[in-house]
Design a protein around this ligand. Structure first.
Ligand code: UD1
Ligand code: MG
Length: 423
C-alpha cells in the first residue's frame, strides 16, 4: 500500500517558544526525544516500506542529524517557515513519483493507525491533499480549518491571522498531510510570504490548491490528544502527564496495584508484573523491569537498567541503578545500589551504600544468594560477597577484598571473623 509514498518530516524549526538551547525535536518526553515518537508512528504505519524518508533539519542541524543517524536529511539554511522547509526537499525527491506524506517533528501523539487511515483516504479519493484535522476544546495556537457551506475545506488560517470570528473555530490543523507530489510542488511554488511572520506557511498551500480547483480532503482525529503540538515547556509537561496517566492506567489494568497514581511516575518503557504494589511517591525510570508480587516504595527511585525479580521488597528512600535484584530479596530503607548484582533472599540493611564510581569508571558489587548485610555497610566496588555471608553493621568492605561464602566480616576495613555466624 505504501510503495509509492515518500515522507518529509519537518524538524528544522528553532523552537523559539521552548526558550531553550536544545533544538525542539530533541526535547524529551518520558526521556525520549520528541522526534522519535513521530518516527516510530511512521515506521509502524509503513513497516519499512516507504520509498523515501527525508528529515528537514535547520536549527543546530548537526546535533539533530547526529541524534538520528541513518536518516536522509536536507538542510533548510534559512528558517523561512514550514512551506519553505518542504520546498527544500524538491531536488532530493526529483526522481520520486507518487504521493508525499508531510509530518511535523513536534506532534508526538499521532498514531500509526491515523497515518494509515489518512493515506488510505487520500489514495481512494485521488485527492491533491488530504490533511488531518481535530476538533478540540481549546484551539488556541493552532491553525484553524475554514470550511464553506458545503463543508468543503477552503483554507487554513494561522492563529495570528485569525479574526475574532475565526478564532472560535474548533477544528484545527494537526500537521499531518498527504500530497500528490506534482500538486505539492505546484502549490509550494505559489506560496506568498506571510507579512507578519516573514515566513512561507505550508498551510497556505490549501488555499492555493483550492483556487486551482484541486481536491482537498481531510481525516478527523478520533482522539484530540493526537493533535497536541509541542511548542513550549508547558506543552512538554502536558505530554509527559498524558503519557504518565496512560502508563499507570495500563499497568493497573494488567494487575499492578498503584496505591496513589497522583504521586507515582513510571516511565513508558518500564515493565511491572502483576500483584506488585507500587506505593506513593515512587519513580520508576526507563527500561526498568519489575517482576510479580513485589512491594516498591514509598519514596523509592528505580533507575535505568535495573531488573527486579519476583517477590522483592524495596522500601523508602532506596535508589537503584543498573542493578539486578533476584527474587525474595529485601532492601527496605535508605539504600543506594549502583552497578550491583544482588542474589536471591538477600537482606540489605538500612543505609547500605555501594561506592560504584571511583572517579574514572563504574565498578560492580556482587552480593550472592542468602547474604545478610548489616545496616550502614559500604561496599567499595569492585567487590564480591559470597553466598550466605554476613557483613556486620557499619562495615566498609574495600575494593577487591571479597567476602568468602558463609563467612562474617566486620569493621573498617572489613575483616573476616574467625567464626562464621551461619553455615
Ligand atoms: C503548525 C501549523 C499549524 C498547526 C500546528 C500543529 C504552519 C504554518 N502551522 O504551527 O497550522 O495547527 O503546527 O501543531 O505550519 N519548521 C521547519 N522550518 C521552519 C519552521 C518550522 O522545519 O522554518 C518545522 C518545525 O520544526 C516543526 C514544524 O515545522 O516541526 C511546525 O512548526 P511550528 O513552528 O511548531 O509551527 P506551529 O506554530 O506549531
Ligand atoms: Mg508546532
Amino acid at each position: 500500500m505504501l510503495k509509492n509514498i515518500a515522507c518529509i518530516i519537518l524538524a528544522a524549526g528553532r523552537g523559539t517558544r521552548m526558550k531553550s538551547e536544545v533544538p525542539k525535536v530533541l526535547q524529551k518526553v518520558h526521556r525520549r526525544p520528541l522526534l522519535s515518537f513521530v518516527l516510530e508512528a511512521l515506521e509502524g504505519a509503513a513497516a519499512g516500506s516507504l520509498s523515501k524518508k527525508i528529515l528537514v533539519v535547520g536549527y543546530k542541524d548537526e546535533i539533530v542529524k547526529n541524534a538520528f543517524r541513518g536518516l536522509d536529511s536536507v538542510t533548510q539554511t534559512e528558517l523561512l517557515g514550514s512551506g519553505d522547509a518542504v520546498r527544500r526537499t524538491k531536488s532530493a525527491l526529483s526522481k520520486f513519483k507518487g504521493d508525499i506524506l508531510v509530518l511535523y517533528g513536534d506532534t508526538p501523539f499521532i498514531r500509526k493507525e491515523t497515518i494509515k487511515e489518512l493515506i488510505k483516504k487520500h489514495t481512494k479519493e485521488k485527492a491533491s491533499c488530504t490533511l488531518l484535522s481535530a476538533n478540540v476544546k481549546d484551539p488556541s495556537g493552532y491553525g484553524r480549518i475554514l470550511r464553506d457551506d458545503n463543508d468543503n475545506i477552503v483554507k487554513i488560517i494561522e492563529e495570528r491571522d485569525t479574526s475574532i470570528y475565526e478564532k472560535i473555530i474548533e477544528e484545527i490543523n494537526v500537521g499531518l498531510y498527504c500530497f500528490n507530489k506534482e500538486d505539492l510542488f505546484f502549490g509550494l511554488g505559489r506560496l506568498k510570504i506571510n507579512a507578519k511572520k516573514q515566513e512561507y506557511y505550508l498551510t497556505d498551500i490549501i488555499e492555493v490548491l483550492k483556487k486551482a480547483n484541486k481536491k482537498v480532503t481531510s481525516v478527523s482525529c478520533k482522539n484530540p490528544i493526537e493533535a497536541l503540538g509541542i511548542n513550549s515547556k508547558l506543552d512538554l509537561a502536558k505530554a509527559n502527564s498524558i503519557i504518565r496517566k496512560n502508563v499507570l492506567e495500563l499497568l493497573m489494568l494488567k494487575g499492578v496495584t498503584i496505591v496513589d497514581p497522583d504521586s507515582t511516575f513510571v516511565n513508558m518503557n518500564a515493565r511491572i508484573g502483576k500483584d506488585t504494589v507500587i506505593h506513593p511517591h515512587t519513580i520508576i525510570e526507563e527500561g526498568v523491569t519489575i517482576g510479580k508480587k513485589c512491594e516498591i516504595g514509598p519514596f523509592a527511585r528505580i533507575r535505568e537498567q535495573t531488573t527486579i525479580d519476583d517477590g522483592v521488597e524495596i522500601g523508602n528512600f532506596t535508589e537503584l541503578v543498573r542493578t539486578k535484584i533476584s527474587s525474595g530479596t529485601k532492601i527496605k530503607h535508605m539504600t543506594y545500589l549502583g552497578d550491583a548484582e544482588i542474589g536471591k533472599n538477600v537482606n540489605i540493611g538500612a543505609g547500605t551504600i555501594t561506592a560504584n564510581f571511583d572517579g574514572k569508571s563504574k565498578n560492580k558489587t556482587i552480593i550472592e544468594d542468602g547474604s545478610f548485610i548489616g545496616v550502614g555497610s559500604i561496599f567499595i566496588a569492585p567487590v564480591r560477597v559470597g553466598c550466605g555471608a554476613v557483613v556486620g553493621a557499619g562495615s566498609v568492605v574495600t575494593k577487591g577484598k571479597n567476602v568468602p561464602p558463609h563467612k562474617t566480616v566486620v569493621g573498617i576495613p572489613a575483616r573476616v571473623l574467625k567464626k562464621g555466624r551461619r553455615k
